[in-house]
Design a protein around this ligand. Sequence first.
Ligand code: SF4
Length: 362
Amino acid sequence: MTTTHEVRSQVAVTTTGSPLLSVRGLSVSYAPPKKAASLGTGAALSEADLDVRAGEVVGIVGETGSGKTTLARATVGLVRPVAGSIGFAGEDVGSLRGRALRAFRRSGQVQLVFQDPLRSLDPDLTVADVVREPLDIARTLDRRERDERVDDSLRLVGLDPVAVRGRLPRELSGGQRQRVSIARAISTRPRLLFCDEPVSALDVSNRNLVLNLLDRLRTELGLAVIIIAHDLSSLAGIADRVAVFYRGRIVEQGPIRAVLEQPAHPYTALLAASAPSVERRADEADRLRPEQLQPAAAGRAWPSDGVCVFAQRCPFAHDACTDQPALVPVPHDTGRQAACHVAATWRDRLDHDHEQPTRESA
Ligand code: SF4
C-alpha cells in the first residue's frame, strides 16, 4: 500500500519538460457524423492546441458553450474527436477505441471534478462508498488497500475520515461536499485533474479553501490541474497559465499574469475589463473599460462561416477578418499565443479619449 507520505516523497513536481497532456488540432462536433466531417459552424471545438505539464495549474475560461467542457469530455474519452490528437503521457488517447478506451477510463489517470457536488454525488452512498467507487472500478487494490486509500484521500483534502466516512452527501456542508468530490477524484491517484467550475457553487471562504486545496494537491501529488471557469477573476490566484475559449476556439493562451494585464486578443481584453475584482499590478490608467471594446452600433454583417469567431463583436474587425486567424505566437511576447490578425497592434488603434476605436484605423 502506498501512503500519503510515500506518494509525496515519490512525486517530483516539475512544470518543465515534456507536457503530460498535449492536445493538437483537436476538433469535436456533436453534429451527425456526415455533417461533422465538414466541421462547419456547429463544431463544439475547433483546432484546439493545448499543453499541460505535471505540477501545473492551467485555467480555461470562456462563456457557456465555448468548448471548455467539450475539451474535458474528449480528454477522458466521453466524446470522440473528429480531428486532431490528445497526447497523454506519450499515448494518443483520442484514438483509443473499445477495450483500450475502457481500460484507460477505468485506470482513473484523468479524473473530473464537477461544479455541483450535490448533483454529481450519489445521494444514497456514504462518503466512504463515494470515494471508494473509482477504486472499485479500477480494480488495482484489494479491499483493505482501498479502505486505506479512501481514508488517505479524505485526509489529503482536510477531512477527518472517522467523522465523515459514514455520512451521506446531504449531511455535509457545501465546502465539505466539494472536498469529498476531490477526494473521490484523487483516490485513483490521477495524473491530471479536470475541475469544471469547482468553486462557482461555494461561498467566498469555501471558494478560497477549495482553491488552496487544489494548489496544495498539485504540489503534493504532482498533479496537473485544469480548472474550467467562466470568469478570469476566479483563476487569478491559482492558475499558472490560462487558455481563453470563444465559440469553440482557443483565442488566446499564455501566463495568467500577462494575459490579465496585457490581453492580446480583443475578447480577452473584454473579459478582463468586465471583471472588476481581477487584481492587477498594471497602472489603472492602462486599464481598459468595457465601453472601449464595443463594436460600432451599425456593425458590419459577417458571413456565418469561415470568419473570425469574434468578428461580430469585435471593434477592430476589418477585411482580413473574413479568414479565421490561427493561434500563433504574439510577436515579442514569450509564451503567449493569440488568434487575432492584429494582436500586436489593436491597442494602438484605441482612441483613449473616446469610447470607441478610431474610425479610420478600425
Ligand atoms: S481577427 Fe479581426 S475580428 Fe478577430 S479578434 Fe482580431 S481584429 Fe477582431
